[in-house]
Design a protein. Structure first.
Ligand SMILES: Nc1ncnc2c1ncn2[C@@H]1O[C@H](COP(=O)(O)OP(=O)(O)O)[C@@H](O)[C@H]1O
Ligand SMILES: [Mg+2]
Lengths: 90, 226, 776, 90
């Protein structure tokens, strides 16, 4: 089966996030003073072939840990859902 | 006999030629090592030069650390061989776990290419052996992700063991504790963000980087003799 | 297209949607002897667009002088090339990326850098330096800040990552560019003379090989939509053009692979894919070589499913090259590409002989889906003689001269408002890679050691500068562009270089406006005359038209890139700075010469002071005397060149900027007088040197702010000797004052003009841009 | 009320994604040949004060369009959920 995975990689709590802070500083001037606690991260989407959803999730998590996130500074969050039978093309 | 230094080239590396030129200026015999090579026999020291290995996509160094050469680099380092990572090379070494911590985006969120002053903080590394701590050098930086971070325990360890080898006099990127370069516990693996090869000729602004490279080359020859 | 699809004939409006006029369609029918199909029409649409065909400007550009002793390749190829000596050739090219940058500043600028690099390494040259000329509206507005941030980060991320230093450029803020920013990029590269290759195909049966990225629907129709349609002013109702995303990592590998192929002699010809993609690369290489080409679109690696043949042919996907290789060389080509992880695919063959001669044939899985004469796409585009008309108010505007009508104000405050430090920009650019940058951004011109991987050893240097002055060109395009060239030559002289060649990027408004065509024509004539006067060839250029917002055209904005050579580079040139104790000497005439009374001695028309401090854009520009200018700049170049060429001896280890002269140096610092006049030049030198100065006897605000050309400020420890040598060279010279202290003091004949502390100056200078941009 | 928002910004379909493509090229060597179609994007998390969930979503979408994404090349996707009563600190 083929699954769609989304991995969100975020800076760990306690690690400074200058990007989020910069956006937050710009907000009041744009009229967004109702927005706060901005944190910037990265997201990855990909497709993975696996026997079942658990298998797909395990692979996505493995990829997140080994490559997509740097555990020294980042956390990751994985979501998986089925798309199409294996071998199906887009 | 002059030290034989391997300069490791990943796709996207761009400071390899400059690094070879600077190493030659301090009497080393430098040659390029392609990232798929796994044989590093015959080298007295390795340099991972600056640039954008794999375009710095994902994170600087994140993909490069999986290159075949990196296993050999780790073995070389474990055997006490001198390994120097400059800028992108430093990022690769942290991603590969050969040095602790990580390099994140500059505080100002902008690329910085500018001369900086750094202070030698410890002579317990291959790069600073024989250089009086406190010596100030003018060496340029050139990076987007050069802000060094690590957890408090690591920081304490680095400090206590004299493993912070260089500090910025004026911090250009928000590095914790003004750290510009660190060493492994044995001092044979060193990473720094400033580019000593860019301070290797009066014509381009400074020769202070030669001091560091000379120390490394001297250390490499000594290791071989031992 | 394939059978069953409607022919173009059945869809009469199609050609117009593709940007072709009815007359152009008629011409195509005549050329083909039949109606074109959709694919063929698309090919003509992109190739005959203004952007690719220069149809409005071509007949004017022919008037530029292009010949010169050192010229190896002139206009018409991907880049101009000159012989720099010692077996080294230098390639240079400038191009605009204005319209893409206006809607996606980061990617627009990034892909601009990518494109200009390809033009240069196509010639076999390793790109060694980039420069960027940027024009925005005032940075106090959030949209302009977004543009500045985006463009600068785009140049920075692409240039730094691809590994080519950005060594200089220009930065202009003017409300005229608020709706239509300009982003021009220049690239300079060097090659061993024998590696020079041209973008042409030859040899029947040779293979056309596509290198680099997979092809997607990037920028399809982008050439015509992006480059040939003005902005309506409302981004919302724009036909959404697809902007490309640049991949500097792919480009880096492509550079290395292509140079390796050329070094090994594995290619017969090579051409980058830029605007109009494969349509352009295949037809141009075939047309230049006088051969035909057979391309099968099904062999082109795709990034997206379901692309039609016309999409494949016109896609502007970035980071691709077309190489012509012999079948025997193909395995070796594949091996080089594999090492650099560059995709290489045979997509066609060169044809020659019989009825194939000169034909571009497009196939899809073998079936011919279109066939046209290659030269008809590449060379036979219509050439327009568009109507031109001088602005009706020309006389009145020339008479409206601020020199006589604007009263003096607070010179110190006005000086402060004119100071701008572009280091906020260039600190974001790697300007040191290759260890060649002897004088980098912050200098009048960049001076590079002529060295790089694979080049023969040489002590020579190459200098390069980009210059423009829309404020001059708006007042008088013909004289304005001549003054710009003069300034560029002066900038080169300040780093010791003798000018060798010119490239230009002509940024203009809508060519359907007769005034714009007049501006273009005047500019070309002014440039042509000035180049002849200074004996300089134009070896390349680019034209960007339709720079307008809601009907308002930008001022005529020719940007010149001028290349200079230095015999021997052993030391850094004297910096554009004062040093304590030196005398401040003005080289060049202090006032307009001759015709007493007829012309004001210190004209202010077109000056930054008039435009920026007083909002006055008209009047009569200061005159240019090419002979006097040549004498001055030759003198300055020889003085600086002498210093730069001196053996270094025991001097290794000196700090930055100290590598010149002895104890009482003949030349401590040097800087040409340009935008903002003497006032700004003095202030910049004071801030750079960290020392004040006292200057006396200045003839009021007009002498302080005039941009009278042909003047250079020198700081010297030996004023008498400097003045004597100047006199011997036929160059006027006068001691204006002395450097030292903590204030910049300029006294007029009767009263004080400027009295500012170094702190005030530094603050005005350093804070100016950073503060405004970081205000968000 | 206070809501948590997550905005994911991705390159529009058809726009080249060099980062995703580079990651994908590296995967087989890491043993991930079961993963493909990698697309890289950015993600943002922030808190927004609003009357109700719809209001929060509207603000988050506005922010995404005006500041976080450039619609010329990027799409954005917004998710919102309630966190705590307005004024409550985290
Ligand atoms: N956009 C830019 N990119 C890089 N360098 C720049 C840019 N704008 C200005 N500079 C650098 O700043 C310095 C001052 O620029 P400018 O005032 O235009 O010089 P000049 O008047 O001598 O032509 C030059 O060295 C120039 O190369
Ligand atoms: Mg100048």
């Amino acid at each position: 089966m083929r699954y769609s995975a989304r991995v969100e990689v975020r800076l760990r709590q306690g690690i400074a996030d200058p990007e989020g802070a910069t956006i937050e500083r710009a907000l009041p001037a744009l009229g967004f003073d109702d927005v706060r606690e901005v944190r910037a991260g990265r997201s990855f989407r990909f497709e993975v072939d696996a026997e079942d959803e658990d298998g797909a999730r395990r692979r996505a998590e493995e990829l997140a840990h080994r490559l997509l996130a740097n555990p020294v500074i980042e956390d990751s969050e994985v979501e998986v859902r089925q798309t199409a039978p294996a071998g199906g093309s887009r | 006999m002059s030290a034989r230094v391997g300069v490791v080239v990943f796709p996207g590396t761009n400071c390899e030629h400059d690094t070879v030129l600077a190493l030659e200026r301090v009497g080393a015999a430098a040659s390029l090592v392609w990232h798929t090579d796994e044989r590093l026999e015959g080298f007295d020291a390795l340099v991972l030069p600056g640039g954008f290995a794999h375009g710095d996509y994902l994170r600087p160094g994140a993909i490069a650390r999986f290159s075949p050469v990196m296993g050999a680099v780790a073995r070389f380092a474990a055997g006490g061989g001198p390994v120097l990572g400059i800028c992108n090379g430093f990022q690769v070494l942290t991603e590969a776990g050969l040095l602790p911590g990580a390099l994140v985006k500059n505080r100002g969120l902008r690329f910085v290419c500018a001369p900086t002053r750094v202070r030698v903080d410890s002579d317990r590394s291959l790069l600073t052996a024989g250089i009086e701590p406190g010596t100030e050098l003018q060496i340029p930086v050139n990076h987007f992700s050069g802000s060094y971070v690590c957890d408090p325990r690591t920081l304490a360890e680095l400090r206590d063991a004299g493993r912070v080898v260089l500090r910025y006099v004026e911090n250009p990127n928000g590095s914790v504790d003004d750290i510009a370069g660190i060493a492994s516990p044995e001092g044979n693996v060193v990473g720094l963000m400033p580019h000593p090869e860019r301070a290797s000729d009066a014509l381009v602004g400074s020769v202070d980087g030669l001091l560091l490279l000379r120390a490394m080359v001297t250390a490499a020859v000594a290791v071989r003799a031992a | 297209m394939s059978a069953g699809r409607p022919s173009a004939e059945e869809r009469p409006a199609l050609h117009r949607a593709l940007g072709l006029s009815d007359d152009e369609l008629a011409r195509i029918v005549e050329l083909l002897g039949r109606q074109p199909n959709e694919l063929e029409l698309a090919l003509y649409g992109v190739m005959w667009s203004e952007h690719c065909s220069y149809k409005s400007s071509r007949r004017h550009l022919r008037r530029l002088p292009t010949a010169g002793e050192r010229v190896l390749v002139g206009p018409g190829e991907n880049a101009g090339v000159i012989d720099a000596g010692d077996g080294i050739a230098v390639a240079i090219r400038i191009e605009s990326h204005n319209h893409p940058s206006a809607i996606e500043p980061h990617q627009g600028a990034a892909t601009g850098v990518g494109g200009i690099l390809r033009d240069v390494f196509t010639m076999g040259a390793r790109p060694l330096a980039v420069m960027d000329s940027l024009f925005f509206g005032p940075p106090d507005d959030p949209r302009q800040r977004w543009l500045v941030e985006g463009v600068v980060s785009g140049v920075s991320s692409y240039g730094n990552s691809v590994g080519v230093p950005t060594v200089g450029g220009e930065l202009t803020f003017d409300p005229c560019y608020a709706g239509n920013p300009l982003v021009n990029v220049l690239c300079l590269g060097a090659l061993p003379v024998e590696r020079l290759v041209l973008g042409r195909a030859s040899g029947s049966g040779n293979l056309a090989v596509l290198l680099g990225s997979a092809t997607g629907r990037d920028g399809i129709g982008g050439v015509s939509v992006l480059a040939s349609a003005g902005f309506s002013g409302d981004a919302g109702d724009l036909k959404r053009p697809s902007v490309q995303v640049g991949d500097p990592f792919e480009e880096k590998r492509l550079i290395e692979a292509c140079l390796a192929l050329l070094d090994a002699g594995l290619v017969v010809g090579i051409q980058d894919l830029g605007g109009a993609g494969l349509a352009c690369a295949t037809s141009e290489t075939a047309a230049r070589g006088g051969v035909g080409m057979d391309v099968d679109v099904s062999t082109v690696p795709r990034r997206e499913p379901g692309m039609a043949p016309w999409e494949v042919m016109t896609s502007e996907s970035q980071e691709r090259m077309l190489a012509i290789v012999t079948p025997e060389a193909w395995p070796a080509v594949e091996a080089v590409c594999r090492r650099w992880e560059v995709r290489a695919s045979v997509i066609g063959t060169v044809t020659d002989g019989g009825e194939a001669t000169g034909r571009l044939r497009v196939r899809d899985r073998g079936t011919v889906v279109g066939e046209v004469p290659a030269a008809s796409l590449a060379l036979d585009a219509p050439v327009y003689d568009r109507p031109m008309r001088a602005p009706s108010e020309l006389e009145r505007l020339r008479a409206d001269d601020p020199t006589t009508t604007e009263p003096p104000g607070d010179c110190g405050a006005e000086l402060r408002s004119l100071l701008l430090d572009p280091s906020w920009v260039y600190r974001q650019y790697d300007h040191q890679l290759f260890l060649n940058t002897v004088a980098g951004p912050g200098s009048d011109a960049a001076l590079l050691r002529l060295a790089g991987p694979g080049l023969p050893a040489s002590e020579r240097g190459v200098a390069v500068t980009t210059d423009s002055a829309p404020r001059w060109c708006a007042a008088d395009p013909r004289l304005g562009v001549a003054l710009v060239l003069a300034e560029a030559i002066a900038n080169l002289a300040c780093v010791g270089a003798t000018p060798a060649a010119v490239v230009n990027c002509l940024n203009f408004g809508n060519p359907e406006h007769p005034e714009v065509m007049w501006q273009l024509s005047e500019t070309v004539d002014g440039l042509a005359d000035a180049c002849r006067a200074f004996d300089l060839p134009v070896i390349g250029g680019n034209v960007s038209l339709y720079n307008e917002t809601t009907g308002a055209d930008i001022p005529p904005t020719p940007v010149l890139g001028v290349l200079g050579l230095v015999e021997r580079v052993r030391r850094r040139p004297p910096p554009p700075a004062l040093s304590a104790g030196s005398s401040v000497v003005l080289l060049g005439a202090r006032r307009v010469q001759g015709v007493a009374g007829a012309v004001p001695s210190h004209p202010l028309a077109g000056s930054r002071w008039a435009v920026e401090c007083r909002g006055r854009r008209h009047g009569d520009l200061p005159p240019l005397d090419p002979d006097a200018h040549a004498r001055l700049t030759r003198f300055v170049a020889s003085l600086v060149g002498e210093a730069v060429g001196q053996a270094v001896g025991e001097a290794v280890g000196q700090a930055v900027g100290e590598a010149v002269g002895g104890g009482d140096r003949l030349l401590d610092g040097v800087h040409d007088v340009s935008g903002g006049g003497l006032a700004v030049a003095l202030a910049e030198m004071a801030v750079a040197g960290g020392v004040g100065a006292e200057v006396r006897g200045i003839d009021g605000h007009a002498e302080l702010f005039t941009e009278l050309p042909s003047r250079v400020l020198a700081a010297t420890g030996r004023p008498d000797e400097l003045c004597a040598r100047a006199a011997a060279a036929g160059v006027p010279a006068e001691v204006l004052g002395t450097a030292g202290g903590e204030r910049l003091v300029v006294a007029g004949l009767a009263s004080g003009l400027v009295d500012l502390s170094m702190a005030e100056l530094s603050e005005a200078m350093e804070g100016s841009l950073a503060k405004r941009l970081d205000a968000a």
